[in-house]
Design a binder for this molecule. Structure first.
Ligand SMILES: Nc1ncnc2c1ncn2[C@@H]1O[C@H](COP(=O)(O)OP(=O)(O)O)[C@@H](O)[C@H]1O
Ligand SMILES: [Mg+2]
Length: 293
């Protein structure tokens, strides 16, 4: 069967993508699921948290050959210069996050000095299926070990982000409820749809892309994060829901009726690589997400 691949994204920064991935990975693994978390954000926040709370070291000290940067570096070299070398990485890329009971592959800002994932995506990758399928080809070699793979996405669009969209089965959008969030979420859904169309529909190249990547990722859920107790959100919610429900793929169920409050304990726990013991918001939310799979 293989794992469900789920990316967590929003082009807006600071809405809780990284926080969500950490919480989802914890609660899925608590529920007995085998989980892998991939950090494709060049800022490497999730990576920094997992690496520093695992064996008390920083990302700078982490072995370079256990990062996504290494995967892309080697596979790009193979495509361009050494096509006869076989895929070798497999499980050697994976690290264990004991505290959370799940596995992960980090990205590093410091790979070979300053070759972060954004530098690799911009300077070394071409907009071609061979490059876009690097992550997917590697994931295929380890997918049977997992039930769920979460991808922490950056708030930016590059070829690595695109390749993650294309290979995923589902996506989840965390959002805050300020005046701009509606357009941001609508734009994000539209972008995912357009990327899939651009690569996987019509035309000859698209036929092979569809063969490689399969179906369009399905929007699994949108949820509200950082809700403040003293604020009245009823108008903001009604506006948001009205706009979202206009989309073909959405009805009001797409917005989870479980929401995440703004709690300092949630933020603090994430910094120490854990879920909040006190606040159960993410636990309840994750249970609802699990029901949808
Ligand atoms: N529910 C929450 N309550 C309090 N702080 C939160 C909550 N969710 C996220 N944060 C904090 O908000 C900031 C941005 O969250 P983060 O997950 O890094 O967002 P993103 O990955 O979308 O940029 C972080 O400092 C994080 O600790
Ligand atoms: Mg983040």
């Amino acid at each position: 069967m293989g794992a469900n691949i789920i990316f967590v994204g929003n082009y807006k920064g600071g809405v809780g993508k990284t926080t969500s991935v950490l919480n989802f990975a914890h609660y899925f693994s608590n529920a007995g699921k085998k989980v892998l978390a991939l950090d494709i954000d060049p800022q490497s926040s999730l990576s920094e948290i997992l690496v520093s709370n695992g064996k008390d070291r920083t990302l700078k000290e982490f072995p370079e050959d256990k990062t996504l940067n290494y995967l892309f570096d080697m596979e790009i070299m193979k495509i361009e210069e050494y096509p006869y070398i076989e895929q070798k990485l497999g499980g050697s890329l994976i690290s264990r996050y004991e505290k959370g009971g799940f596995d992960f592959v980090p990205s590093s800002l410091f790979y070979r000095g300053d070759m972060g994932l954004d530098a690799i995506a911009i300077k070394r990758m071409k907009d071609h299926i061979q490059y876009l399928s690097i992550l997917k080809n590697w994931v295929d070699t380890i997918i049977d070990r997992y039930d769920t793979i979460f991808i922490d996405c950056p708030p930016s669009d590059n070829l690595i982000t695109r390749s993650a969209f294309l290979m995923s089965d589902y996506y989840i959008i965390p959002t805050i409820l300020d005046g701009l969030s509606t357009n941001g979420v609508l734009h994000y859904i539209d972008t995912v749809n357009k990327i899939y169309l651009e690569y996987c529909e019509n035309g000859e190249d698209q036929r092979i892309a569809k063969y490689v990547f399969g179906k369009k990722p399905e929007l699994l859920a949108i949820f509200y994060n950082m809700i403040r107790g003293q604020v009245d959100y009823s108008t903001a919610k009604a506006d948001f829901e009205r706009e979202i429900c206009k989309l073909d793929e959405c009805d009001q169920n797409i917005i989870l009726n479980s929401e995440i409050n703004n709690y300092i304990d949630i933020a603090r726990s994430v910094q120490s690589g854990m879920v909040s013991i006190e606040k159960k918001d993410f636990e309840h939310l994750t249970a609802k997400i699990m029901e949808r799979l």
